[in-house]
Each structure stands twice: as structure tokens, then as C-alpha cells.
Design a binder for this molecule. Sequence first.
Ligand code: DSN
Length: 411
Amino acid sequence: MLEQIKDQPILELINQESRRQIDELELIASENYASPAVLAALATPLANKYSEGYSGKRYYGGNHIIDDIENLAIERAKQLFNAEHVNVQPLSGSPANLAAYLAILEPGDTVLGLRLDHGGHLSHGHPINISGRLFKFVQYEVDATTGRLNMDQVRQVAHQAKPKLIVAGFSAYSREIDWAGFKSIADEVGALTMADISHTAGLIAGRQLSNPTNIVDIVTTTTHKTLRGPRGAIIMSTTKLAKAIDRAVFPGLQGGPHDHVTAAKAIAFGEALQPAFQDYARQVIANAQLLAEQLQAKNYDIVSGGTDNHLLVIDLTKQGLAGRQAEEALQKAGLSVSRSTVPGDQRPPLNPSGIRLGTAAITTRGFGSAEIKQTANWLHQALVNHADDNYLADIKQQVTQLGRRLPPPSL
Ligand code: DSN
């Protein structure tokens, strides 16, 4: 496929990024490597088509084949998540969340969401995001001592705020979620519930974490994190909310869906329906738990004391390191991570107190316990020697050797 690209500057940059993805270890919790089949679908003539509307009700001609593709994606997503209704058109996670809000809320309505610096997401009501500008978000927090959600505290905030919607879902929270607990609090205050499972969708689809579909009213998820599909998102809902969700996505928020991405989503859902995907999801969690244990043994503080999913947040306060400093040093060692706030962070968001690690991508490369222990050692050595560029370059060479032995499947 790449041989078709004659534009040398772009081709060279694409090749550089491909080499980087082989030679470095991707520990960013929201990233993964889509399969060759998923990537191939993205480079097909489906990208040429306009399909505003839905199956059988499009605003453009020539969509009978696109209808079949979209229907297949919907049926597979329904099977994967046991969902009553699925909209596969959202372009990504934030638009999916916004469409969900538009389906059931009016501007000014009160909504509950987790604070960004406690592990929430911008689109869960941060004042700088359109969610926080359109709606009156009241933010709940994780417990200051345990780093975990305390459902009694969530209940207290809900009873005070009397929201129309409670959003449960996170970008940097490593513990299992009590979906039924959120639902019962919502019922007590007459609110709807929405779960944003963008981070854990693959672990839910792989039957390793509990599934909120059929407990809450709306579930949104991106398709490219643990779910290992293309960049994009879907919205699942009860049949009762189906029409409102569909109208909010189109014509409420978006124009034409990206049909090549819809095909890639269908392929990814098909892959996730295979028994091997459950083994993958199990290994992602085992790897994250081992990584957390290894780092704790080296005296690192893991927020909440560990992980039940694919991610962990390390509070580097004890090490006297800031998140940005750590991220930059690790990058020099070929270890790609993202800085992260920790609950109650005293530092600014651009240079917070922690880093977030995830094992979805390295597990796709075939990492098991030996490679995880090695990775924990490299992380520790790089953080201890963060000011020594020669030392970091030396680690990078070792990282690259392992990276070339276990390349991403698409490269
Ligand atoms: N940017 C994603 C993450 O890193 O968690 C969420 O949108």
C-alpha cells in the first residue's frame, strides 16, 4: 500500500513513525496496535463515500453496500456487548459523549462527572471543554485516602446536586467500577446513567471486567484503546433511547460517517468476538498487575495501591520527580508514557505529579511476565538516572532490541 505514496516528505515521516513504533515501547494507556486487517480497511475506497443518514434512509445515492457494512458493524457490536441499540457513526470519544449528552439533556442541565485530576476526562464536564460550558457539571472525586471511588461520597454529591445524568467512566482510574451502584444512586435521585468505557471496552468485550450495558442507560466507548480497533467510537443504549441517540449523532452533531472506519470497526468487533481475544484481555490485566507489583517492590506509589485493569498511575512525589520530567526522561530511553495528575495533585496539569502506564499495546506485541519484569527494571533505571542522557541512550538500545524481537503485528 505504501508504495503508492510518491510524496517523499510524507512517506519518509510515515516510515519514521513506523520505525519508532517498532523500536520504542508504547506504554501510553490509551494506545494499542490495530491489526493489519483493521489498518487495511482504513485505506480502501470506502473512504470516498458520503452516507449521511442511516441504513435505508440516506441523504445520498449509492449507499446500498455501505448500508450492509454499517449493519454488520452494528450487529457485531450488539453481540460483543450484549447491547440493545448501537450507533457506530461517532467519529471519536469526545463527539460520542457530546452526542449522548445532546440526546438526553438541555443546555444548563445538571450532570455529575468525575474530576479530571481524579481520573476523569475533559468531556466529563471540565470547564474548558464544551461539556462543561453547555451543562452544569458537578464533579465527584475519588476518596483522598484510598484513591478509589467511594459510592457513599458519590451518593452524597448526587443527592445534593440532583443531576439529570450521572456519568461514570474514566481516563485514569485503575479499579473495577460498581456500575450497579451508580445505577441505584441515579435511581434514587431520578437521573439517567451513562458509562464511558473507552479505556476498558476491550477488557469488557474480552469478558474480564463487568459489562455496564443493560445496567446503565447509555454506554459510550472509543474503539481504538483496549478494544484494538480503528480510531473512532460507538454509542450503545437502551431501545428506548435509540431514536434520540441516533438523531443526536446525525443530524444533531455530525455530518457523514467515515465508512472506511465503520468497516474497520466491524473487523475489530469480529476479532474481539474470537475466543483468543479473551486470552488477550486476561493477559493485559495480568501484565498490568505484575508491572504494578514490580514497581511497588521498587518503592513506587501506585495510586489506589494497584490495578484491576490495563492501567496504573504512579505518584512520583516520593521520588522528587515531576510528571513531565519523568515522561521526557523515559522517552529518551524509548519508553513512551504520558504524564498524569494524581488525586489532589498540587502541581499544574501540564506538569503534574505522576505518570500513567498501560499494558494494552505491549501485550498485543506478545509481552509476558519476563518482558514485563524487564520493562519495570528499565522504567526504574531510567527514572533514577533521568538526568544522564548516556545512560538513557543505553537503555534505549536495549529497548530497541526487545522491540525488534517483538514488533507490533501490523509492522
Ligand atoms: N486521550 C485519551 C487518554 O489518553 O486517555 C482519552 O481521550
